[in-house]
Design a protein around this ligand. Sequence first.
Ligand code: PHE
Length: 477
Amino acid sequence: MEHNRGNWGSNIGFLLTTIGSAVGLGNIWGFPFKMGKHGGFTFLIIYLVLSLLVGFVIMTSELALGRITGKNVVSTYYQVSKKFKWIGWLAILAPFLIMSFYSVLGGYCIEYMTLNFANLAFGRESSAGGELFGAMCSEQFGAAIATILFIIVCLLIVKGGIKDGIEKFNKVGMPALFFMLVIIIIRSLTLPGAVEGLKFMFVPDYAVTAGFVEEAPSFLSSLAAAGGQMFFSLSLAMGIIVTYGSYLSKKENIVRNSLVIVIADTIVALMAGLAVIPAAVALHGTDAALSGPSLLFVTLQDVFAEMGSIGSLFGVIFYLFVLIAAVTSAISLIEVIATYFMDRSMEKHKKPGNRTKISAWICAAIAVEAVLVAVDGLGSNGLWVPFQSFGIYSFNDCWLDFMDCISEGFFMPIGALLMSIMIGWELKPKTVLDEIKIGSSLRMDKYYTFCIRYVVPLAMLLILAGQISQFFNLNWF
Ligand code: PHE
């Protein structure tokens, strides 16, 4: 089976691709502002501890599960478990739903990049963020086209296959992304007043002592926020890591690779913070850093507009950077579904499926739901949204929040909770551990068994409660 499905071209290709999936909008927008809001340095420590106790353990488990079966995520769970065989379906539905809004955000990046480029090329003055974003949300046709364009870009990569499409793109895209990130950090840190932004990010509870956040966050709320962020950021419980693991050869070291992925993702999240927060705070004050979803598309565009003509150049670089980060994550989401259908075709017809055709159908289905989210324009166009009269949405009554709530809020934590129970209590940790340890000299049996049986399920319960509380504005913690 493995031979027919193909494998990664190289270990570094696999690493860059998995890091590419992990590094996405979550790192650039979510991490920096959550870190500032939930306690600065304290949040960072909690995040690092959770990454090692929970993130790393799930990462190794998912890679091992994929490699044990050499199959897509649905078949993987069917093969290894009797009681939990259906959780693979959660892990295939969630990426499909996430793509509905990820594509729209990717589409906005294309629009911002093009606009900044046009400003640069024609020597026009930079556009102000607020007006631009308002116009983009209500300009339904433009948003739909940009969204479809984003999906087409992803399709062109996924149809090339694991090695010649996805891995190839990441091998060029990820170093380019890193390079652009460094340029933006240098610009951001050299703005007068940038220090204030650094304080917001790193000084423990600065947001509270400086009066930007009313109340100090409780330990539990910081824990839930850090856990939810870590989890989304590492692309866990989405079938992605299981799928990528199914293409991993037996000679690669799962323990070392997982450590590298977790560390790299955290470093990029911190670097993204250095790129985004000091610039936003220097030019717009600390409130700007807390402005939620508009930080990326309103505040930062304003920052570029205020830099004068060179601002457009930084605008092009920045939005291209975000775009690449979004593409490398989106293709991993599509690949989960593509691998499933490729394997199915193999089982049914005894020959590999037509990847181009399969990817095109998946992308067409994604385009339908994504256009709905695009046309909704974050709720600015008065579309009907499920449960809207219940007042359950934290940011806005909109389709984006609805899709996010189901996928990130429920499917992801429930999937990971059940997976840890499955490995810890049904399969017995040793089965998975034996696969994880191949080629590794690290003695981690006790650590792994303890974490997968007790720490991970407890953390996942807490994260699930945190997500429910956040999405439904319940203020549980
Ligand atoms: N890890 C990505 C990010 O940080 C998002 C993502 C989540 C991508 C789940 C794929 C699956 O933005």
